[in-house]
Design a protein around this ligand. Structure first.
Ligand SMILES: Nc1nc2c(c(=O)[nH]1)N[C@H]1C(S)=C(S)[C@@H](COP(=O)(O)O)O[C@H]1N2
Ligand SMILES: [Mo]
Length: 160
């Protein structure tokens, strides 16, 4: 990277981007403002951090499920059982990452209203990057901030 570009990234600060990769018909690169294209949801949440106690925050953003469905996960939407082998890996710029099962966010199964937040307490996350919001989690550890990659993996099997 040129020094000028590196300086622009830290000073002027272009919008953070995340890549959607893996078993998808339409892999994509999305900036935080791009995530405004989906219906926006609001979540008022409380979670406990093992080191700093309970935190209360308000997040807004699209449903992770809506964004991933538009990227075309390679399962037959009519066949519910096929989806049970899919995993979603969410990765932050600092290397923190976590796995969700597809079924956790699927409307036919766990129906968790997981968001890809674009605002945190009314502050845009354009430069910090999107944050994962799991209103049903008691612990904050999966609220991954600075998301730079989400990988959908339909190849998981414990029995080959
Ligand atoms: N990228 C990233 N996101 C993260 C973490 C992290 O280390 N890296 N820590 C998690 C944890 S343990 C908690 S409790 C929440 C809130 O942490 P904070 O108080 O440091 O914001 O963010 C979560 N998201
Ligand atoms: Mo935490």
């Amino acid at each position: 990277m040129s020094q000028t570009l590196a300086a622009a990234r830290t000073a002027a600060g272009p919008a953070a981007e995340l890549v959607l990769t893996g078993d998808l018909e339409r892999p994509a690169r999305l900036t935080v403002p791009d995530l405004l294209a989906w219906p926006q949801h609001r979540a008022e949440v409380a979670f406990e951090c093992a080191t700093s106690g309970v935190q209360h925050h308000t997040f807004t953003g699209p449903l992770l499920h809506d964004v991933l469905m538009d990227a075309g996960p390679v399962f037959d939407p009519a066949r519910r059982k096929d989806r049970l082998r899919f995993l979603i890996a969410v990765h932050g710029t600092d290397g923190h990452h976590a796995l969700l099962s597809w079924a956790e966010i699927d409307p036919d199964f766990g129906r968790a209203p997981v968001l890809l937040a674009v605002t945190l307490d009314d502050t845009p996350l354009d430069r910090a990057g999107a944050q994962l919001v799991l209103p049903q989690d008691r612990c904050g550890a999966r609220y991954i901030s600075g998301i730079d990659a989400i990988r959908v993996d339909g190849g998981y099997t414990a029995w080959t």
